[in-house]
Design a protein around this ligand. Structure first.
Ligand code: WT7
Length: 651
């Protein structure tokens, strides 16, 4: 096991909840007691309390065929109705659901009544385009209200959405469309990023040319960037011509609690992304429960802002499903944190009076670098709770977040979870738990985790081990799309009936959990998951490359950074005058093939790679090199002089 992220293990600061915060807190310690006394009864109560069921369930968990869980299986509900119609019916139609802020400064408030209306229209259009229950719809949109509408319109008619992050390339989009056999793509002409319009529809056109499945029959295009696009007759339709003209009357149907809700692709240890499948009732229960209790949501007075893009799981659970199920008012921001100026986020907090902010450590660390004077120019006194997600937050960043952004006394919750877990699994409960910077702390009520050694023994104390989830939970993934074997192998083979998360962790003397980073070939760059294998196969697909090895090296701002070592083909070496040009070309190539987030920080051109006698690349040694450390034990290398040669080439 390799633990890649060093922690301030001696961190000892503790912060008690303030009596004022505790007095008004949504969560209370009885949640732990109730869940400990009757775990399934606890989740059944949450499901009944937080959601509207068209047909009540009588079965809470069916675990008769592990690892395929069924939660609330005989119950029926409509996820979109839970996020929209029921709030309108309760008289909350005029409440703002979305304070949308475009990057160039245009903005639009959307109330629950308006959002419901728009979703009904979109549902009618999807049906007219032939989309039915279980059909897959790929969504490739910027952070605009239509992204939320598109997801909920799918949910409303029982179609399955597969949101693809707008930063992914045509190749990545094509392979996701093919894997899910999507029949419709919802996109925009373009969106704003860093002050410019980035085209999306042209990428969809390219993806559809590359797609091997030929499953897509229609493309819906939202007008946002006003960039030039071509519409293919009979296939492509403007959103405003269709959704804009459609009827706003739509009778929702109730679906079984295990009806598939969405697929979301994430990187694994092989080159092929996994389509993580989530279903309806259990997913929505845990998303709503955690959103309410971990963020202390008071929907009548809070303004909540999660900065994640809807292309990631955080955007699914904590921009769309959790907040809307809870009737929250939230900010949706299209652009980057520093456009047109480095105080943009803080300006937005001030403008809307944001009370709850949920973001990633990488963002906090980039703000730290810029200095406190930037946030200090804005009034951030509305903030009363801060959240962090995506990677371990180092205590220094935690303290800075609490002091500089939070004014020094408000709770910061570090939330551990994954695309696969669907919702938060480990976090403090604000107002209840004493906070400890750097630790994600404790499993939420109703969730059971443990730390095991490689051979399945429980590990207590400093050494650390592998994080597992010991009992099924409502929002757990139900599988990998089209690949039940891979689902079993990846998560359930190592420890039998326990879910193997792929993270290292240790428990301290108080029982608090500290996450130590991934233990597999998955990297975490700015809170985004990337696979070494996927980037390696992209590099070897380039005509220059003979062989490639990729490692995640620790990086001050992004947590980890992609560092590649490439051997050029002998036939190419004579044409390449300057290795710097080759490495720049390869960096660009990866960004083109996968997406800009995968662009290596560095590509080192080398003559050899460190291999064991059996031919396995020793990435550990390359990571030492990439992180500027003394190179570790090389005795198992086939040729021990290789690292010396590589070190010389890299320097
Ligand atoms: C991986 C999951 C969950 C939404 C964002 C990422 C890492 C996530 C934390 C945290 C330490 C964290 C883990 C996990 N991770 N949150 N609070 N502390 N590590 O979702 O892309 O599925 O990645 O992110 O390594 O396995 P994801």
């Amino acid at each position: 096991m390799t633990v890649q992220i060093d922690h301030a293990l001696e961190e000892i600061r503790r912060f008690r909840p303030s009596p004022e915060f505790a007095a008004q807190a949504v969560a209370d310690k009885h949640l732990y007691e109730a869940a400990a006394a009757d775990r399934l009864g606890f989740w059944a109560d949450q499901a009944r309390e937080l959601l509207q069921w068209e047909k009540p369930f009588t079965s809470t968990l069916d675990w008769s065929n592990p690892p395929f869980a069924k939660w609330f299986d005989d119950g029926e509900l409509n996820v979109a109705v839970n996020c929209l119609d029921r709030h309108v019916a309760a008289g909350l139609g005029d409440r703002v659901a979305l304070h949308w802020e475009g990057e160039p400064g245009d903005s639009r408030d959307v109330t629950y009544a308006e959002l419901t209306d728009e979703v009904k229209r979109a549902a009618n259009v999807l049906t007219e385009l032939g989309i039915g229950e279980h059909d897959r719809v790929a969504i490739y949109l910027p952070m605009i209200p239509e992204a939320v509408v598109a997801m909920l319109a799918c949910a409303r008619i029982g179609a399955v959405h597969s949101v693809v992050f707008g930063g992914f390339s045509a190749d990545s989009l094509a392979s996701r469309i093919d894997d899910a056999e999507a029949s419709l793509v919802i996109t925009a002409d373009g969106g704003y990023r860093k002050g410019k319009v980035f085209p999306l529809k042209p990428v969809v056109d390219e993806a559809l040319q590359k797609s091997e499945g030929d499953t897509v029959r229609n493309v819906l295009v939202v007008r946002r960037g006003e960039n030039d696009v071509e519409l293919v007759d009979g296939r492509d339709h403007w959103w405003h011509d269709t959704v804009g003209q459609a009827s706003n009357e739509h009778e929702p149907k109730a679906f079984g609690a295990e009806h598939p809700l969405f697929i979301l692709y994430t990187s694994g240890t092989t080159g092929k992304p996994k389509g993580i499948l989530h279903t309806s009732g259990g997913y929505l229960t845990q998303a709503a429960f955690t959103h309410r209790n971990v963020f202390d949501l008071h929907p009548e007075r809070d303004v909540y802002w999660c900065t994640a893009d809807v292309g990631w799981i955080t955007g699914h659970s904590y921009v769309v499903y959790g907040p809307l199920a809870n009737g929250a008012t939230q900010v949706l921001y299209e652009g980057t944190p520093d456009t047109p100026h480095p105080g943009r986020w803080w300006e937005i907090v001030e403008k809307y009076g944001v009370t709850i902010l949920y973001t990633a450590p990488t963002a906090i660390r980039s703000f730290m670098k810029l200095g406190r004077q930037i946030p200090h120019e804005f009034n951030l006194r509305s903030l009363r709770l801060l959240g962090s997600v995506g990677e371990p937050i180092n205590p220094e960043a935690w303290i800075w977040y609490r002091h500089v952004i939070g004014g020094g006394s408000i709770p910061v919750v570090d939330t551990w979870w994954q695309t696969e877990t669907g919702a938060i699994m480990i976090s403090a409960l604000p107002g209840v738990t004493d906070l400890k910077p750097g630790s994600a702390q404790v499993a939420i009520p109703g969730v059971s985790v443990d730390i095991l050694s490689d051979d399945g023994e429980r590990v207590d104390g400093e050494g650390g081990g592998l994080l597992v989830i010991t009992e099924p939970w409502p929002s757990m993934l139900r599988g990998i799309w089209g690949d039940p074997e891979r689902f079993k192998e990846t998560y359930w083979e190592k420890f039998g009936d326990k879910y193997f998360a792929g993270d290292g962790a240790r428990r301290d003397e108080d029982g608090d959990i500290w996450l130590l980073g991934r233990v597999d070939d998955v990297m975490n760059v700015s809170g985004h998951r990337l696979s070494t294998a996927e980037i390696e196969s992209s590099l070897v697909a380039h005509p220059y490359t003979a062989e490639a090895a990729v490692v995640g090296a620790s990086d001050e701002t992004t947590g980890q950074a992609v560092v590649a070592f490439v051997i050029l083909k002998a036939s190419q070496v004579s044409h390449i005058d300057d290795p710097a040009i080759a490495s720049e070309e390869l960096r660009k190539h990866v960004a083109m093939q996968i997406g800009a987030i995968a662009r290596p920080r560095q590509v080192f051109i080398v003559n050899e790679l460190p291999k064991t006698r059996s031919g396995k690349i020793m990435r550990r040694l390359l990571r030492d090199l990439a992180e500027g450390r003394q190179v570790g034990d090389t005795t198992t290398l086939a040729d021990t002089s290789v690292m010396t040669a590589i070190t010389r080439q890299v320097q």
